[in-house]
Design a protein around this ligand. Structure first.
Ligand code: ADP
Ligand code: ZN
Ligand code: ZN
Length: 668
């Protein structure tokens, strides 16, 4: 038992702080403790014990830990090592990494639990198809499970990818692989995108594994999550299902990590540390000797490249096993259409209703109309605090900012030139709803987007009604595109496929492609006559034509070629630095200083993009500027970024905040 303790806190400072043990002597590595910090008392993590103070620390200045919070350590050595890796990779402090790992419950959310899908849950395992069996055999070779040695922890773990359309039976293969591992005495982490939309998987796992399964999600209270954490840590739980943060679950004897819908954007954290669950999974698998199995119908560009190189073993599932077939997909031009529904789409909606089947309409924009534009003077109505246009929400009678929530009463005439022709153009889900109701007064319509489902339980209710056939048309944003299966759906209509295509982000095409293919996958899961209509202003854009042909190979071969030319990931690695400040001059000064410091540090073969204003230059009154370091591999970039941060910290201006994003997925 050392005399002193090293604590870290959830702050950017990358040092440890020394304290004397608490008087009761309850301190231990891996527990949390309240400790005096400046003039406050702050929750810290005990990461080491020591007999003498580190050089330079004055004995007289050392304070005593006030109170130890946990009776049992939350973190083992292995967990602290994982946090150290996160801190080193994502350029944050150890304290920030540790607090991202534990279930704090600081941000309570309300995640509705979705109604059970009786069709989906099979307690008695199905007989696997040949393709499924082959995939499973490839994953669970005996060498695979005997890899629990740490000898090659620096190298990549064995990685597999179930590549197949929605409904091709990926879930069943994941579950079989999990069963195999559990029988071999190992544990499994099963990652899913947002848990609210993937309730079916969690439910299926619960049914199959009973008490050995635990679900972690952000809607749980802090206390509940902590209880589950300790149950997992004790080894009682052998399979953990959850979103992004479940990658840190302290399972014993990890054998397998599953990442369902690997392409999904929710696997990347939006706060410090901006970790990606796939990157963390690769690290955990290699250091704990486990296998990594991912799956999707639309892999990420990163995964696609690794499959091409053979680093990830690709396992194809080419058929729908539930009686469905890949749907027929047609792109339809929106030009010369009055309103938002083309004649073709209306015709199919009608036909579908006559057959007694259901329609999903998808649009990735909520609100009524998208932006306010004056044709005479070019004026656009944007948020007072953000450089984005305001969206008209008819139900509220206001123009709303989707970034900061600011809203105002929309002007009657152009505020700049007085023209009466100024007004909102472009459509959102609210407008579609209105047009659909007007066009099909006899059909029952429900809308599911962030506005219509903010009330607890209302998304659940809408989806339940749709599933049970009480609704003919379900209309909404991504909420209707992900994860859910509705057996009665014949038609999927994409109202406007181009919404994300023009964004100044190198992943815009990939996102658009994957979203269209994913939404299309909602049609024809269980019947061979699924139809998809994709409305667009860019019928000849290759992203649109390839997504309509479900041509994943064609899309990626063009996309990867393009990215190679432009030296963007997956052909390079990026570290993005974003500064924000209330004062534009301060923001400029900070980013220029950062860029100046970077000039001497950029390793050979690397370069810097910027300094520049971010594509969204102001959010909530903060001016945003960015600098992106780009290199062929992460090693040298990390080194440069570390020195850069150290030098930058020394001359820091007040009121300026710096965010670091390693492997950014969005550059907006
Ligand atoms: P994915 O995860 O690829 O989207 P699912 O695992 O949800 O696909 O499977 C789609 C449907 O096919 C489910 O209803 C599932 O019960 C069924 N299914 C899966 N494997 C088989 C099989 N071997 N035989 C028959 N039906 C199967
Ligand atoms: Zn005007
Ligand atoms: Zn705003």
């Amino acid at each position: 038992m050392g005399l002193y303790l090293d604590l870290v806190f959830d702050i950017p400072a990358k040092t440890t702080f020394s304290y004397r043990r608490d008087e009761k002597g309850e301190s231990a590595v891996g527990k949390r403790a309240m400790a005096p910090f400046g003039r406050r008392e702050v929750l810290g993590y005990i990461v080491a014990e020591r007999d003498s103070l580190p050089p330079g620390v004055d004995e007289a200045a050392v304070k005593t830990v006030r109170r130890v919070v946990d009776s049992e350590p939350l973190f083992e050595k292995r967990d602290i090592a994982l946090a150290e890796w996160i801190a080193a990779y994502y350029l944050c402090s150890l304290g920030q990494a540790l607090s991202a790992m534990i279930p704090s419950g600081r941000r309570p959310g309300s995640y509705p639990s979705l109604p059970d899908d009786e069709n989906e849950i099979t307690a008695a395992p199905l007989a696997l198809s040949d393709e499924q069996q082959r995939a499973l055999d490839a994953i669970i070779t005996p060498e695979g499970t005997q890899r629990n040695t740490k000898e090659n922890s620096a190298s990549l773990p064995p990685m597999f990818y179930l590549y197949g359309i929605t409904g091709s039976g990926k879930t069943e293969v994941f579950l079989r692989a999990a069963e195999y591992m559990i029988r071999a005495g190992k544990s499994v982490i099963y990652l899913v995108p947002e848990i609210s939309l993937t309730h079916q998987t969690a439910e299926a796992i619960g049914k199959r594994f009973g008490q050995a399964a635990a679900t972690l999600h952000s809607g749980m209270s802090g206390a509940n999550r902590l209880t589950e954490w300790m149950r997992i840590k004790s080894g009682e739980v052998r399979i953990v299902v959850g979103p992004r943060s479940a990658i840190f679950a302290p399972v014993q004897n990890l054998g397998l990590i599953i990442i369902d819908e690997e392409h999904d954007g929710s696997y990347k954290s939006g706060n410090t540390p901006r970790y990606h669950a796939r990157q963390c999974a690769m690290h955990r698998c290699s250091s704990e000797g486990a296998l990594l199995v991912m799956g999707s119908a639309t892999p990420s560009a990163e995964a696609w490249k690794l499959m091409g190189e053979g680093t990830i073993k690709r396992l194809d599932l080419s058929r729908r096993l539930s009686g469905g077939k890949p749907p027929e997909i047609r792109a339809v031009s929106l030009e010369h259409t009055e309103g938002c529904l083309t004649a073709e789409l209306k015709e199919e909606i009608r036909k579908t209703a006559q057959m007694g089947r259901q329609t999903i309409l998808f649009l990735n924009r909520r609100g009524f109309a998208y932006f306010y534009h004056c044709p005479s003077c070019g004026f656009e109505l944007s948020c007072k605090h953000c450089s984005v246009s305001l969206t008209y929400h008819k139900s509220r009678g206001r123009a709303v900012c989707h970034y900061c929530g600011y809203s105002e009463v929309p002007p009657g005439a152009c505020p700049q030139c007085g023209s009466l022709e100024a007004g909102f153009t472009g459509f959102g889900t609210e407008m579609i709803e209105e047009e659909v109701r007007r066009t099909f007064p006899e059909l029952r319509v429900r809308r599911a987007d962030a506005d219509s489902t903010s009330k607890k339980g209302s998304l659940e209710e809408t989806l339940g009604m749709f599933r049970s056939g009480m609704v003919d048309i379900l209309l909404g944003t991504q909420m209707v595109a992900k994860g859910l299966n509705f057996p009665g759906v014949r038609l999927v209509g994409v109202i406007l496929a181009d919404t994300g295509l023009h964004l100044p982000d190198f992943r815009a095409a990939e996102r658009t492609f994957s979203l269209i293919v994913q939404v299309a996958g909602r049609a024809g899961r269980y019947f061979p006559d699924g139809k998809v209509i994709v409305q667009t202003f860019r019928s000849s854009d290759p992203v649109i034509t390839r997504s309509c042909a479900l041509d994943v190979e064609g899309f990626f071969s063009a996309e990867l070629e393009q990215r190679k030319l432009l030296r963007f990931p997956p052909w390079s690695r990026l570290i993005r630095f974003t500064v924000r400040a209330r004062d534009a001059v301060k923001a400029d000064r900070a980013i220029n200083r950062l860029a100046h410091l970077a000039r001497d540090l950029i390793p050979p073969g690397s370069d810097a993009l910027g300094p520049a204003e971010c594509p969204i230059g102001i959010i909530a009154g903060n001016h945003r500027r960015q600098l992106i370091l780009r290199g062929a591999s992460m090693g040298p970039l990390h080194g440069a970024a570390r020195s850069l941060l150290e030098r930058y910290e020394k001359g820091k201006d007040s009121g300026v905040y710096l965010e670091v994003d390693v492997d950014p997925v969005s550059l907006l």
